[in-house]
Ligand binder design. Structure first.
Ligand code: ACO
Ligand code: ZN
Length: 281
């Protein structure tokens, strides 16, 4: 019995229903105790309220008038929209999102203090509403120059380029703020893969255009990627040499082309002209 108790404490909710998907969960999430005897939870895909029984969700859907995340739509391109949700103005939504996200994030501590965060929720929109694909959170004020706290693409939407889109979006916000940024550590394995992929693609494209004649500082100014992240990325691509006490970029065009070929798909582009946003004050 003890062992069973321990086991159920490790992972409580096995599946969730969200919009038209039934999704298997990955990790424990600290839902309020009254939900812990449920194997499955039913989420309203718009306000993210969760329920233990399908009838409760059906009843809820009849009266829930949201058709997209609460907050401001700050980006729309084709069927893709991004909403900015202030955790202080939409506390319950912020908390629901954290409960949901924790099901797929292993190492993150859940933020009860959603007041301090903005949530950027990416949606695919159709005539039924705006369906959440993924999100990232961002501290309103970060001392450590973090421009992203947690990132998630919901499993049914993974490996389609949305993760890199969310990452690119976080750097576009940093550019508008005139700051460099970096994701909060630690990164998960999938998080690291996605960031490495993003950094590699962005830096290689610029190096190719400038034929390698550019400094790490200049790269950082152009991309809002923190200098340390640029250095580790270029080191892993073996494009850095250490000369006279300094790191210098050595970008042989043939080496660049080889890396670019290996870097794979560019992913979904953020069309900056469609971003309507001013930094949080
Ligand atoms: N196996 C191997 N490589 C993968 C996988 C996988 N399952 N998933 C992503 N990658 C790598 C690939 O290199 C991929 O690029 P490619 O498809 O061009 O080869 C790259 O990551 C990014 O792929 P995307 O499709 O853009 O990313 P996705 O939408 O799948 O989202 C994310 C990536 C957000 C990390 C997703 O896997 C996720 O939500 N994971 C669970 C939560 C998590 O770990 N978040 C990061 C925590 S760290 C932090 O929050 C700061
Ligand atoms: Zn609802």
């Amino acid at each position: 019995l003890r062992e069973h108790e321990e086991f159920t404490k490790v992972k409580n909710i096995a599946t969730i229903e969200l919009g038209r998907y039934e999704i298997e969960t990955w990790y424990f999430s600290p839902f309020p105790p009254e939900y812990n005897d449920s194997l499955k939870l039913y989420f309203c895909e718009f306000c993210l309220n969760f329920m233990k029984r399908p009838e409760q969700l059906q009843r809820h859907m009849k009266k829930c008038d949201l058709k997209h995340p609460p907050g401001d739509e700050i980006y729309r391109s084709g069927t893709l929209s991004m909403f900015e949700v202030d955790g202080k103005k939409n506390k319950v939504y912020g908390q629901n999102l954290c409960y949901l996200a924790k099901l797929f994030l292993d190492h993150k501590t859940l933020y009860y203090d959603v007041d301090l965060f903005l949530f950027y929720v990416l949606c695919e929109c159709d005539d039924r509403g705006c369906h959440m694909v993924g999100y990232f959170s961002k501290e309103k004020h970060s001392e450590e120059s973090y421009n992203l706290a947690c990132i998630l693409t919901l499993p049914p939407y993974q490996r389609k380029g949305y993760g890199k889109f969310l990452i690119a979006f976080s750097y576009e916000l940093s550019k508008k703020e005139g700051k460099v940024g970096t994701p909060e550590r630690p990164l998960s394995d999938l998080g690291l893969l996605s960031y490495r992929g993003y950094w590699t693609r962005v830096l290689l494209d610029i190096l190719k255009k400038h034929k390698g004649n550019i400094s790490i500082k200049e790269l950082s100014d152009m991309t809002a990627i923190k200098a340390e992240d640029i250095l580790t990325t270029l080191q892993s691509l073996e494009l850095i040499q250490y000369r006279k006490g300094q790191h210098v970029i050595c970008a042989d065009p043939k080496v660049l082309d080889r890396h670019l070929k290996a870097a794979g798909r560019g992913g979904l582009e953020v069309d900056v002209s469609k971003l309507i946003w001013t930094p949080y004050k």
